[in-house]
Design a protein around this ligand. Structure first.
Ligand code: HEC
Length: 172
């Protein structure tokens, strides 16, 4: 009798174990989620082209496609923001870690000439708002990346707005 009881317990234990393992499998979605790249322009390009294609992101709020831009980015611009950036723009508390802004640069006759990207990586460059800067050619070649002085010097004019020109992202 004792033996039967013990084996029933053992069976129940194994059943319970497999149930909880299955349950854990169901709750953790991370297996299917794609991890953001670090400060690496090639990996970031793969990410925004293949893993989470930037052309499927939202446009910068209230900016359409091919709106009027200024130097150095070009006469016409189309700016896409990933989910994290989109939420941050609404909250107006600065851009959260993981925000990506992809700014397509066009000539006046609508030729795509460059993709300028700002990617927020917490701890990457505290003196420069933790932005990772990249300029890609239209075919994805990296033309400049990292803590690019030219980008930072000019965008620093907007330091109070988390280095962003296109719209208000931070209540002062
Ligand atoms: C001389 C100033 C200047 C330099 C240099 C510059 N930018 Fe900009 N950037 C701007 C302005 C102004 C805008 C707003 C759009 C417009 O009017 O062209 C802008 C917009 C952007 C945006 C859209 C988000 C925002 O801040 O509004 C991104 C992304 C961006 N720039 C990336 C870059 C990168 C990457 C570099 C360096 C390779 C760079 N920029 C260099 C002036 C500059």
């Amino acid at each position: 009798m004792k033996k039967i009881f013990a084996s029933v317990l053992a069976v129940l234990f194994v059943l319970g174990l497999s149930f909880s393992v299955n349950a854990i499998h169901e709750i953790i979605p991370s297996e299917t989620q794609i991890v953001l790249p670090g400060p690496n322009a090639e990996k970031l390009n793969e990410y925004i082209i293949r893993d989470d294609p930037y052309r499927a992101w939202a446009l910068w709020p209230e900016k359409g496609k091919l709106y009027k831009g200024t130097e150095p980015h070009g006469a016409l611009l189309t700016t896409f923001v990933n989910n994290t950036a989109s939420h941050s723009i609404k909250k107006k508390k600065g851009m959260a870690d993981g925000s990506i802004i992809a700014n397509e640069n066009y000539t006046a006759d609508k030729k795509f000439v460059a993709l300028s990207v700002m990617y927020k990586i917490k701890g990457y460059n505290p003196e420069g708002g933790d932005w990772f800067w990249v300029k890609y050619s239209p075919d994805g070649k990296v033309e400049a990346s990292g803590k690019v002085k030219g980008c930072i010097d000019c965008h620093s004019k907007q330091k109070d707005n988390d280095y962003i020109f296109t719209g208000k992202v931070k209540n002062r």
